[in-house]
Design a protein around this ligand. Sequence first.
Ligand SMILES: Cc1ncc(COP(=O)(O)O)c(C=O)c1O
Length: 426
Amino acid sequence: MPVTTPAARAAAPSPDTAMPQDFGALLRQDPEIGAVLLAEAGRQSSTLQLIAAENFTSPAVLAALGSPLANKYAEGYPGARHHGGCEQADAAERVAVRRATELFGAEHANVQPHSGSSAVLAAYAALLRPGDTVLAMGLPYGGHLTHGAPGNFSGRWFEFAGYGVDPDSGLIDYAQVRALARARRPKAIVCGSISYPRHLDYEQFRDIADEVGAYLIADAAHPMGLIAGGAAPSPVPYADVVCATTHKVLRGPRGGMILCGVEFSERIDRAVFPFTQGGAQMHTVAAKAVAFGEAATPAYALYAHRVVAHARVLAAALESEGFEVTTGGTDTHIVVADPGPLGVDGRTARERLMAAGMVLDTCALPYGDARGIRLGTAAVTTQGMDEDDMARIAELFGAAVREEGDPGLLRAEARGLAERNPPYPG
Ligand SMILES: Cc1ncc(COP(=O)(O)O)c(C=O)c1O
C-alpha cells in the first residue's frame, strides 16, 4: 500500500531553495546559448528523468559549481600547490576530503578525479602496469567501458577477463568468478557495474582476490549514494581502492572520487596528479563537499532508502505490465527490464517511451542479443514522487510500449507528473 507521500516530500529539496542561475542575464548577453540552457531546463522539468545514472543536484551544489572557484587553478594538493592564491581552494578541498572520509568511513579520499572514468584510470595507474591481467564483469553483463572495452584505454592497455552472471537467475556466479580468478591469476579484480541491480558481495570478492593475490578495486559509481545513505553495503572495509562518481544517486556535481586505506594513499594521489590529471576543478571539488555534507543528513538517508523502495515498486509493477525484470527485482535504484514479452526489443521500447515523454537508456541483457531497458529512480525520487507515482509510471510504460492509446495523451500525463513535482520549485 503506497503511503509515502509526506516522507517523500520531506526527502526532496526544500521548496524555498530555487535554482540560483540568472538565465535572464545570460539570455540577454548570449541569446544563442541562453536559449539552449533554458530549453534544457524545460526538457528536464517536463519529461520523466529515468536514466539510472542521472539525478537533480541541489541548488547549493549548483551554486558552488557557478562560484568564483571556477576561475582558480590549483595543481597539486592542499598545502602543496604549484599555483599561488590557493588558500580558499585548499580550504574547499580539505572540507571535501574530511567529509568524504567521514561519510564513507575511509582512511583516505581523493576528490580530484574529473569523472568516474578518470577515477578508474587513476586506480589502474596506481596498482597496475600495462599488460597486466584484470578480472572484471564482462561488458555484455554490465561491465563499464573502463572494464576492458576494446575502444577504451582499459581494453588497449590491459588483458581483461570477464565474469558473467548465471543465465537463469541473472545473479553473479561467484563460483565462476573464483574459477576464472584461479585460471587467469589477475593482478586486480574489479567489482562494479553499470546495470547489475543487486547488492554485491564484497566480502566474497575480497576472499577471491586474497586467494589469488589480486588487488580488489570496487567501482561503486552507481551505488555510492545508496552506500552514503545506508541503503546498500559498503565496499570500503573490503576493497583496496574504491572508485566512484559523485553524480548519480549521490546527487553531487558530475565528477569522480577515490577512497582507499593509508597504505595506498600516496600511490593514488600521485596517480591522480600528476600522472593522469593536471589542475583540479576547484568549483567541482567545492560542490562535491556540499554534496557530501547533504548526504550525511538524516533527510538524505531517508531519500536513499526511498530510492530503493521506489525501484522495487517500479520493478514489480513493470512485471505486472508484462516486462521481464532481470534478477526478478532490484536491491538498488536500478531496474533492468526486457520488453521482449511485449513483442519489441529495448531500442524500439525506448523510442516509444521517449515519444511518450519518458527518458531512459537501453542496455545489454545478460542473455541473448536483444537489448533491454535500464531505468533508475534517483531523479524522480529527488523530485518527491511517491510509490503511487512509480506504479503509474509502470502503467504508462506498458501503454507506451504496447502502443495503446494516444501517444499525445501519454506524453501529457508524463508531463503532468513531472510538472507536479518540479526538480527546482520556484
Ligand atoms: C560502473 C561505472 N564506472 C565508471 C563510470 C564512469 O563515469 P563517468 O561517466 O563519470 O566517466 C560509470 C558511469 O556510468 C559507471 O557506471
